[in-house]
Design a protein around this ligand. Sequence first.
Ligand code: ZN
Ligand code: ZN
Length: 496
Amino acid sequence: MSEFKDKIPAAGGKIEFLYHPEHGLSTQISGFGFMAMYLVAVSMDGTRLLGTVPVAGIGQTVVYPQPSVVTYIQSDEQGMWGRNCPACEKYFRTNHVMEVTCCPYCAAWAPSLAFISKDQRTYITAYYDAFARAYIGKTNTSLDVSAITDEKAAWHYSEEKQQFHFTCDIKDCNTKTDILGERGYCPRCGRTNARKLFTETIDKMLSQWQEAKNNISDRNERRSVWEDLTVKSLSEFEALAKHLRRKLLLFPMTSKRRKQLEGLNFQKPLIANASLEEWFDISVREWAGNGISPKRLVSETELPFIKIMIQKRHILIHNGGIVDQQYLDLSGDSSVRLDERISVRSNEAKRFIENVRVMAANLLGQCGIWIRGKVTMISEDALCYNRGTLVEFKLNLGGGAKTCRGLVLNTAVLFGRGARQLWILDMDDATPAQKDQWTNKKHIVHEEDIICELPSVVIGAETLLRDNPISYPVQDGKKGMRDTPAITLTVAVPSP
Ligand SMILES: [Zn+2]
Ligand SMILES: [Zn+2]
């Protein structure tokens, strides 16, 4: 874990705000060297982030919302930026910072603005401060990035080095990401890197098997290889399944079901399979095929064998391979007696690994396809254009859906999907109790529950928007509701 603690020094540079009595303020950036940067437009009054502006080289022309203060976010020396997921709050680094981002850990999608790391927020604040001092004081100011030290913590902005680096191998994506742990979803296209990792690991196991078969003659030594491969292959499956479960957990579900899903034991894939089939129509045993790849199945005749191997693996890990009563009860293995040492034959190890590979491929195939159809991309523009609009929407209550009207406050994430935070103004056919409970309150609804935009102007909208500044509300079944302010700045200047 020591690598995780290492700080990657941000490349140096200098940002100057130059005041000219006739032309106003101009920004000058120098000395950044090879690394990349992107821009975040902050509203003139410093209260909200308006949008991200594509990564650009020095001297290139970029288009961004006007008027705004544009802050230059430099990458670390590897060309990546730190990110904090707005849903799970975990940290990662990537070179994908535009449009929407998929969290490599929890697979939730949100606008890239919502992923701006804590360090970057601090940096943006310092940047805006320097701008505001120049703007108000009508003077030149500068931000010396290369002279940043720990003593000036507010200006310090180097990002933490993460544990595992991967490049997405999907054509035309190639996004680079650093995460803690090995398995992650690509921040740009949302595909998992776990398929590649799993295939490589299983291939390695099978060549290890072949090598042992050809070259090792000592009986005990051979036996320990077969046992080792049996144990490890299922461990790989378990790690993969836990990673794919992150996507399943994005579905709305009751807390009871969530607990059951979180408690699912993938060391016993056939038992877990029964629940996955019942809850999600996902089968570890079977995959229907998709026109490109044919149907795949772990046949009925393999099931007793898999069951015995899973129990063998269990006592290899927990009982030194000695048969206990539980083994006899659960495995259905009639070839051994109590207190005997089990053995794994070479062909059994291979057959088991191959079954594990099919089960993993089935799981990957179904989660992959199924999720791609489900992802709702959130338009980042909606953050600035849709705020303050009056909309009609459906509110799903226990007794049925109610039609309501409300003011859009923010773009939000609700159970991993695109949503809007609304201020509910009124509700059709509401009982006094419902009116009390729902109106004049903030609430998050999925995008598809918004029926239409209404052209009327809401009286008092200005006050409502001022009282509810731009933020990133996220609601999931795990942590409940979180609402992170877009950015907090210490200096406010009048809009021009
Ligand atoms: Zn996350
Ligand atoms: Zn990708």
